[in-house]
Design a binder for this molecule. Structure first.
Ligand SMILES: N[C@@H](CCC(=O)N[C@@H](CS)C(=O)NCC(=O)O)C(=O)O
Length: 221
């Protein structure tokens, strides 16, 4: 079980259903770590299964979800919000609805788009072994690359206009995305030096060091 400074909070352990290798799972894991919330990661081993039970009951066959007793909450952003509501800390989190200008709103849209493209490429070409030159993936890769180039070009400005905060959903998502690209070998990160610099800065946080990407060992071996 991942347990962080349990003295700082009184929350009983929560179960995050996901994968230690998953981009969308790492976002709420980092939130939990930043907020000092105890959780257990319940690994989902088979992403090719078509039975919702293999995903802890997600009808969309997606991860992550959050289980609290009888309740099941789907999706990365929903889980981050639930964790923030449970937290006793006074940490300031910048959410998408706090963004006040086109630049930061576009940045949030593009990082979330890029995360979807990363999943599309990993699932289609690595897990599904489909041809990477198919227009479906070629277009995804081009939109992904364009989005990252835009984010890279505007990185300093974007980080400068985010509201006063301890952390933001945007920054956590961007960090998880950039590290995942090296972990899953989709696009090289070298063309995006500002994003890499940002990611290297974020990587020193304990929340990042406690959630390093790795493949969960299946009990079946
Ligand atoms: N809308 C979901 C998307 C989550 C997502 O795409 N998760 C990936 C893992 S990082 C997944 O479920 N991949 C399996 C698949 O696409 O079939 C969220 O925000 O949590």
């Amino acid at each position: 079980m991942n347990s962080i400074d349990s003295g700082r909070h009184s929350t009983t352990a929560l179960r995050i259903l996901g994968r230690s290798s998953s981009l969308f799972t790492r976002v709420p894991l980092i939130f939990a770590e930043e907020l000092g919330i105890r959780y257990e990661l319940e690994p989902i081993y088979d992403m090719t299964a078509t039975d919702p039970n293999a995903y802890g009951g997600s009808p969309a066959l997606k991860l992550p979800s959050l289980r609290r007793g009888e309740s099941l909450l789907f999706g990365s952003q929903n889980i981050c919000r639930a964790l923030a509501e449970l937290s006793c800390t006074a940490l300031r989190i910048a959410w998408p609805e706090d963004l006040r200008d086109d630049l930061s709103r576009n940045a949030h849209e593009l990082v979330w788009h890029a995360m979807g493209a990363q999943v599309q490429l990993v699932f289609g070409t690595i897990v599904g072994k489909l041809p990477a030159d198919n227009v479906y993936f070629a277009k995804a890769r081009a939109g992904f690359d364009n989005s990252l180039r835009w984010l890279d070009r505007h990185a300093a400005q974007i980080l400068g206009v985010l509201p006063a905060r301890d952390f933001s959903l945007f920054e956590v998502a961007l960090f998880c995305l950039i590290e995942h690209m090296s972990f899953r070998d989709t696009l090289p990160v070298e063309p995006y030096p500002s994003l890499v610099r940002f990611s290297e800065g974020f990587a020193v946080r304990p929340s990042a060091r406690h959630t390093v990407y790795r493949f969960d060992a299946s009990p079946a071996g």
